[in-house]
Each structure stands twice: as structure tokens, then as C-alpha cells.
Design a protein around this ligand. Sequence first.
Ligand code: C2E
Ligand code: MG
Ligand code: MG
Ligand code: MG
Length: 295
Amino acid sequence: RAKQEGKNDVRTFSAPMAEEASERAELERDLREALGQQAFTLHYQPQVDLDTGTLRGFEALLRWQHPVQGAVPPAKFIPVAEESGLIVPLGTWVLREACRQAAAWQRRQPGVTVSVNVSPVQFNKQHFTATVREALDAAGLPARCLVLELTERTVLQDVAAATRQLERLRALGVRISLDDFGTGQSSLGLLRHIPIDDLKIDRSFLPQPGDTAPAQRKASALIATLITLGQALQLHVVGEGVETGEQRDLLAGLGCPAAQGYHLGRPMPAAQAEALLTPAQAPGDPARAAPAPVP
Ligand code: C2E
Ligand code: MG
Ligand code: MG
Ligand code: MG
């Protein structure tokens, strides 16, 4: 019987597993230290209005410069931060820093938004709405200029509880964006229930330059359907991962209002992002209408 043969069922703590566990423990220790030393920064990636080509706002993306390993990608350290609970203080720092930065940018481009990624661990804390409120107040940022990005994974854990939390957040006046849409499970049913404002279509749906013609046609059909779906639900659709002019033209042609991607702008330090801000046109004030100086 399988049970008696079961040597393979026993999860022996093999050398590679032990190595992985100690690597994780080390990363966790380094994260904890980095949090105390403020070794994190935010980079900002432009989100562009496809109709006008103008800047709407930025997505704040966390960057960690490890003293030995150099830049560690979020895909590597965010899971460790989530498992250890460190994502809560780290996420609070991200919120406060992004709000502070966005508030400073309001003077240059009123209404410019900043989008912040929120982990399920943060989102599920009772205190989360208060944390957001405090970040907005401390920065003096109008709530409508803050966008919170959540994934389907976050909302699906407990749809009823998530809906209540989203309603509390929206009552503050912040926007809610569903990130990486289409990559999770039961995406379509979810849209019936949860109160959101924006829909970010995952980059995996974009036709890629190397794709065969039939694959491109299928991808385009899917993208068109997702944009139509979003608009039918009165959501503001953002196309993610635009790397080529063709992809940009495709989205624009399908009526997708906004997009983000390397072709439109890479994630960049705040000082560089600031140069992209578009001063509001003040009639009869040529000085204020001048383009932003490039540093
Ligand atoms: P995301 O929220 O979906 O962010 C978009 C990711 O795609 C970013 O990766 C961005 O650099 C990358 N990207 C943007 N344009 C393109 C493109 O044209 N092509 C390709 N291939 N990639 C593009 P990044 O910065 O490595 O972040 C990865 C993920 O880590 C994010 O995915 C988000 O889920 C998470 N993350 C980043 N910052 C934070 C944070 O402050 N808090 C939390 N909880 N998660 C974060
Ligand atoms: Mg995001
Ligand atoms: Mg995304
Ligand atoms: Mg993603």
C-alpha cells in the first residue's frame, strides 16, 4: 500500500531545502534591519492617458538596495515580508512616502495621482483604513489623488469582508484599482460584487512581437473584450506592460483610456519622475505654461 511504501511521502528536510530556509531567514533578518535603517526607496512609473498622451499619475514601486546583494527585486522580498509580517510596517512606510511625494507634486500638476500596491496582509488588518487616513492627513494629500492597487488574490480570500473593507476605504475618497486583472481565479464573478474604480489588465494579455498571427489575433480579441467589459462596468481601464508602439496603438485603437509600461516610461527615481509633471495651463501666464525643466 502507498502508506507503507511512503518513503516519498515523507518530506525529508533535504540539503537544498535547508539552504532555502536559511536564505529566507537571512533575507528576513536583513529586511528587518533595512526597515530600521530606511534602506528602501520608491520608484515611480508613469501612467499615461492614451487619448492625449499626457501623464495621469504614477505607480509607486518599492526598491531595496541590499548592502551585499545589491538591488533585490520585490518578487523576491515581498513574499518574505508578507510571511514575517514585516510588510505591515513596510507597507505603511510606502503609503506615507508615496502620499508625501504626491502631495509635493500637486503644486506642479494638480490632480496627479499616485498608485500604491497593497498586500493582502496589510489589507486584512482592521486598522488599515485608519493607516490610509493617517497617511493622507500627514501628507495633506486629497484622497482622490491616492489609488490603492489590490489583486484578485487579496479580495478572494473573503469577498464579504473585503467588500466591507473596500467600502470603508472608498468612503475616505481614495480610488481602488484591481491589479493584474485576469491572472487570478473567478475574476469575472468577482466584478459583480466588489466596489472598485479601476481595472488594470495584466500584461500577459498583450500580443507579443514574437507571437504567430493567429496568436496575435486571439490576444487582440481577448484584450478588446476585457476593455469592453471594464467600460461596460464603468471602470477606468489601464493596460499594463506596454513595451512596444504596436501594443500602445492597439490599446488606444480599442478605446483603452490609459496605459503603463516600459514603452511609456520605466519606473524611475522621484527626481526624474518630477520632470514629467505637466504644469497646469494658466491662461495668460506664459511662464507657468512653459514645459517642465529637464534636470
Ligand atoms: P505590479 O503591481 O503589477 O507592478 C508592475 C510590475 O511590472 C513592476 O515590477 C514594474 O516594474 C513591471 N513593469 C512595468 N512595465 C513593464 C513592462 O512594460 N514590461 C514588463 N515586463 N514589466 C513591466 P516590480 O517593480 O518588479 O514589482 C513587481 C511586483 O511587486 C508588483 O507588481 C507588485 O505586485 C509588487 N510590489 C512592488 N512594490 C510594492 C509595494 O510597495 N508593496 C507591495 N505590497 N507590493 C509591491
Ligand atoms: Mg501594481
Ligand atoms: Mg500589475
Ligand atoms: Mg504584477
